[in-house]
Design a protein around this ligand. Structure first.
Ligand code: HEC
Ligand code: HEC
Length: 252
């Protein structure tokens, strides 16, 4: 089950096909197969749950936390709590956390976004320049990633095959901290704080699949679920109201 969990984690579209609606794998964001500090590693996550989440305003079990990943980051379907996919992912996380103290917030947990602020407000035009110079080589000029034999070798940053508007990565602070620590790939830590925020702003100024909690109105959905300066959902950028023309999920 541990091996199965790892396989699901690093190639989610293949091993959890029924529950995935985009082109991503868990390990595209939780780097090094869920082991890398400051990329929300599984060993640190396991010992934090059950935990209160402001996102759904109750105490979440680890199972429920994983279900949320499928709904938002994977733009897919929520596996039932006893689905083999979830049991295997938990076995893998449990194993990675061997010996870790329970209930602890371990160094390297999550994305360490506390206190990471942009020197100046993030800017689209500056972010576009960072993207062209530092990201497009791998993620494509259009941010749609690159595939080999139908599989993404560089994941899409926005559009129909990327995470949806409900995912953690659409929040600017999560994206900026992730990018600062980990991108460009294998050269983490090389962007200035400002460049990381600017390019996070640029990335999240593009359409992606609709928030599954969509109420029928972008304004209302923003009010209920995105009432923070860290989300661009329902914000007008370059004359376009984000969330109003969401990218449709690609046919599977
Ligand atoms: C697009 C990037 C992305 C993908 C893909 C993704 N995640 Fe995450 N994940 C995040 C972000 C961002 C957070 C933190 C959200 C927050 O704190 O608001 C997170 C949080 C988590 C947590 C909680 C971490 C903690 O320390 O509390 C777990 C567990 C998790 N993800 C598992 C998964 C699994 C399993 C998959 C695949 C089925 C997955 N994630 C896919 C971005 C992603
Ligand atoms: C050398 C190639 C390369 C460059 C350059 C690069 N990335 Fe990535 N990026 C990757 C790879 C590969 C992954 C997936 C990592 C994995 O699966 O281990 C990734 C993952 C990501 C993810 C999480 C997955 C997703 O699709 O949302 C984001 C966000 C991201 N990159 C943003 C950026 C930004 C912004 C830049 C420019 C500052 C950048 N990357 C530059 C290769 C690259």
């Amino acid at each position: 089950m541990i091996r199965k969990g790892r396989a699901i984690f690093v190639d989610t579209p293949t091993h959890a096909r029924d529950y995935v609606g985009d082109g991503l794998s868990c390990s595209n964001c939780h780097l090094d197969a869920g082991r890398r500090p400051n990329a929300a590693p599984l060993w640190a996550a396991w010992v934090r749950y059950p935990r209160y989440r402001s996102k759904n305003k109750h105490v979440n079990t680890f199972t429920e936390r994983l279900q949320g990943c499928f709904k938002y980051s994977m733009n897919g379907k929520v596996p039932p709590a006893d689905a083999a996919v979830l049991v295997a992912l938990q076995a893998y996380a449990y194993w990675l956390a061997t010996g870790a103290p329970t209930g602890a917030d371990l160094p390297g947990a999550g994305f360490s976004k506390q206190g990471f602020k942009p020197p100046q407000p993030p800017d689209y035009t500056r972010g576009q320049k960072v993207f062209q110079e530092q990201c497009a080589l791998c993620h494509g000029d259009d941010g749609q990633g690159q595939r080999v034999a139908g599989r993404y070798v560089f994941p899409p940053l926005w559009g129909a095959d990327s995470f949806n508007w409900g995912a953690g990565m659409q929040q600017l602070d999560n994206a900026a901290t992730f990018i600062k620590a980990n991108m460009p790939f294998s050269r983490g830590g090389t962007l200035s704080d400002q460049a990381a925020w600017d390019v996070a702003y640029f990335m999240n100024s593009h359409e992606r699949p609709q928030d599954p909690r969509f109420t029928g109105s972008v304004v209302e959905t923003r009010k209920q679920y995105h009432a923070t300066s860290m989300s661009l959902y329902g914000v007008e950028v370059n004359g376009h109201l984000l969330g109003s023309a969401p990218a449709n999920p690609a046919p599977q």
